[in-house]
Design a protein around this ligand. Structure first.
Ligand code: NOJ
Length: 754
């Protein structure tokens, strides 16, 4: 048996590695950025406890180099796990489900390896384990962090009781790219909204103590700027300025670290020439340095090995020598750390300190999970199907996520006394497509399929005749079913056309170059319109779509996203007005794909779009601005926001504080929800600022005629920004405040930062 590693014997290759890391973008950025960031106070990890650290150190002191390297290995199949356990070199397993299977693997780790260190079991529990909630993008549309918290709480309980310890969520990649399929997994285009939702989700998964049998360790992903993929093509290059990296992409991660997130996953993209998996600036300097992150960083699937194809590493040893010092602690699927760790140490390309730091971080999360006390799960408690309470929570969440884009007439809500409804469109009887991407166990043999829209409508209007006619497939070209669809529409009082995307059309590796309704679905809507009968369109999709045709031709459009396991019921709740829609768009809807990127928090340019002036920033062949702006969403009632008040007209740059309040009144005839949104603009700054930035929102429920005062507290943190040396600046000058019901809010006031 090899002797335990000596801590004193640490090699001195660190300087070499740091120099190498700081080459390219890291070096460029580190010149001013890292220094200034590192000077800022590190976030305190609320769960720091000396007894836990002592335990980790004691264990570390007993470990051989091979055992240490083994802790850095994560594999994704049972076969790979058994093979790695046979050599005693395995830290964790992911994507294996089933309490008995997981216990069997754990028995080997705990009973047959020298130090009996338990395995950590991970899974992509993204928006549900057995109970699928709406996709995260939809949850962003709720503008209600409680929705994300509920999803995470329900999922954590189901998954942990089934033997999973660790989820690869929340995904918090801010993006301006609707072509990118992974937009479905995050919260859209705004860093403030994404931060609030991500923090709620981290807290929902982890609670105060993730050793609890109902909690999971969370994973903030993908670190970082993955949403900047050029052309929206998954895994693609990202070239980003330091100020944009810190102002746009990093805030949700910073907020999640402050909320105590247990782990972080590196992203597949490069960041200005240096792949995230080898990027010491973002992982080592920012995340572990400036933010004070004490958990561990896991690679993404073969992300370490991919440094070779990226062109940062010549071979696997090179890849490990880049990733470990950069800050990737655990290697997922590829095996370069265990393979080459000993050699790289001998060659002084990695250090003992770097290995120890990675092992320490992983062991600390295992300790915090309580795995040393409770390595096994009680198989009798395994959750194989959603409980009635979980289904009810999912249905309620889905209702809160829907966005009423348009409602002329108004056609919606439908009368419960309606005598006949024709459900038309390929997604009207869809089941698993309603779960969207990353459906947990939601497409497995264990789960109940989601409720279809047709069944939801039947249940909501039991007295009505409800028919279903697909008309076409989601992406086919065959229009021969249109005649039957038209016949059904003619025979019914009202038609609900359900169109959009299949689950596989968004999510990972699901970029689309054209984000129109796929196939002949738009023609199906046109054919329905031709009947002259009333109709509404329900969209089921994982990204913004280019739908000017629907806007111009459909009387009502309801954005239902991928609503989850209770999707059909939740859609019917909204169609019949049992739930008054109150969701808002977390992302702009472009008019045409050629407008992308189009986002509300853009810079002004020196020539803002002006239809009367050719020499301004616009397209010759398209109206400027989005089809539907960020924050847009209608209700079956109406609201007024007025009475904007500021508690002061001056905010000292140090320690200042201003209270902004406004009154929101339900001016219509039924109870409903409004999301009061607060935006800021700094019109003159040393780095030009976005025309608007969301800095506060609150979703309120008001009875008809009722009013409420909504207040937001602004501090210098809200008016400041990061510059191109990654320094946070609060500059003196005027700040414009906008409060209203979307990013087009017009109610305004101003104050001065002094
Ligand atoms: C690749 C994906 O990018 C990541 O989000 C996921 O967590 C891992 N695969 C594990 O399944």
């Amino acid at each position: 048996m090899e002797q335990p590693e000596s801590h004193e014997a640490a090699a001195t290759a660190d300087g070499v590695n740091r120099r190498r890391l700081l080459a390219g973008v890291g070096g460029l950025l580190a010149a001013g950025g890292a220094a200034s960031l590192l000077a800022s106070p590190a976030a305190a990890d609320p769960s720091t406890r000396p007894d836990r650290d002592g335990r980790v150190e004691a264990l570390l002191g007993k470990m051989t180099l091979e055992e240490k390297l083994g802790q850095l290995q994560l594999v994704g199949t049972e076969t790979a796990a058994r093979a790695a356990l046979a050599t005693g070199q395995l830290g964790g397993v992911f994507s294996v489900v089933g309490a008995a299977k997981l216990n069997a693997l754990q028995h080997i780790a705990v009973e047959q390896t020298r130090l009996r260190i338990p395995l950590i079991f991970g899974l992509d529990v993204i928006h549900g384990y057995t109970t699928n909630f709406p996709i995260p993008l939809a949850q962003g549309a709720s503008f209600d962090p409680a929705v994300a918290a509920t999803d995470a709480t329900v999922a954590a309980k189901e998954a942990r009781r089934s033997g999973i310890h660790w989820t690869y969520a929340p995904m918090m990649d801010v993006t301006h790219e609707p072509r990118w399929g992974r937009i479905a997994e995050g919260y859209g285009e705004d860093p403030h909204l994404a931060s609030r939702m991500a923090v709620a989700k981290v807290r929902g998964y982890q609670g105060d103590d993730y050793s609890s049998p109902d909690r999971l360790a969370a994973c903030a992903k993908h670190f970082v700027a993955y949403g900047g993929a050029e052309g929206g093509r998954d895994y693609n290059t990202v070239d980003v300025s330091l100020q944009r990296l810190h102002n746009l992409y990093l805030p949700p991660f910073k907020a999640s670290v402050e909320a105590g997130v247990a782990t972080v996953m590196a992203s597949f993209n490069t960041i200005s020439g240096v792949p995230a998996h080898g990027n010491g600036y973002v992982l080592h300097d920012v995340l572990k340095g400036a933010y004070g992150f004490r958990g561990f960083v896991v690679s993404d699937y073969t992300g370490v090995e991919e440094l070779i194809l990226h062109g940062l590493a010549g071979d696997g040893a090179d890849a490990a020598a880049a990733a470990l010092p950069a800050g990737v602690d655990m290697e997922m699927v590829s095996t370069n750390y265990v393979r080459y760790g000993r050699r790289l140490l001998a060659e002084h390309r990695i250090t003992r300190d770097q290995i120890d730091d990675a092992v320490r971080r992983i062991l600390l999360v295992k300790v915090k999970l309580g795995l040393f006390e409770h390595p096994y799960v009680d198989e009798s408690g395994e959750v194989k199907a959603p409980s009635p309470a979980a289904l009810a929570a999912s249905r309620q969440a889905a209702g809160r996520c829907m966005v009423l884009l348009k409602n002329d007439g108004p056609v919606l809500p439908l009368a419960k006394s309606v005598r006949s409804v024709a459900v038309v469109g390929p997604l009207g009887a869809a089941t698993y497509d309603l779960n969207g991407t990353w459906a947990g166990l939601g497409t497995g043999a264990w789960t109940t399929p989601p409720v279809t829209v047709a069944d939801g409508i039947k249940a909501a209007a039991p007295g009505a005749t409800v028919t279903f006619t697909a008309g076409c497939t989601v992406d086919g070209t065959d229009t021969s079913g249109f005649a039957a669809a038209q016949q059904a529409a003619r025979a019914a009082d009202v038609t609900v056309v359900v169109v959009g995307e299949t689950a596989a059309m968004s999510g990972e590796a699901a970029a689309r170059s054209n984000i129109d309704l796929p196939g002949v679905q738009q023609q199906l809507v046109a054919a329905t319109k031709e009947t002259g009968k009333p109709f509404v369109v329900v969209l089921v999709n994982g990204r913004p779509l280019t739908i000017p045709y629907l806007h111009d031709n459909a009387p009502a459009v309801l954005e239902a996203w991928a609503p989850g396991v209770q999707g059909g019921h939740a859609i019917a709740d909204v169609l019949f007005g049992v739930v008054n829609p109150g969701g808002k768009l977390p992302v702009s809807f472009p008019r045409a794909v050629g407008q992308i990127p189009i986002y509300y928090n853009h810079e002004n340019t020196g020539r803002p779009a002006d239809p009367a002036n050719k020499y301004t920033s616009k397209y010759l062949d398209l109206e400027s601005g989005p089809l539907y702006e960020f924050g847009h969403g209608l209700s079956y009632t109406t609201f007024r926001v007025d009475g904007l008040r500021l508690s002061a007209t001056r905010m000292p740059a140090r320690g200042g504080r201003i209270q902004v309040s406004a009154q929101v009144t339900n001016t219509g005839g039924r109870a409903g929800d409004e999301v009061v949104q607060l935006y800021l603009r700094d019109p003159v700054a040393s780095i030009v600022q976005p025309v608007r930035r969301l800095r506060g929102f609150e979703r309120v429920t008001l009875a008809a005629g009722a009013s409420e005062t909504v207040s937001f507290t602004l501090t210098p943190e809200d008016v400041g920004f990061y510059d191109n040396a990654a320094r946070f600046r609060v500059e003196p000058g005027e700040i414009e405040v906008y409060v209203g019901t979307s990013s087009a809010a017009t109610l305004t006031a101003r104050f001065t930062v002094t």
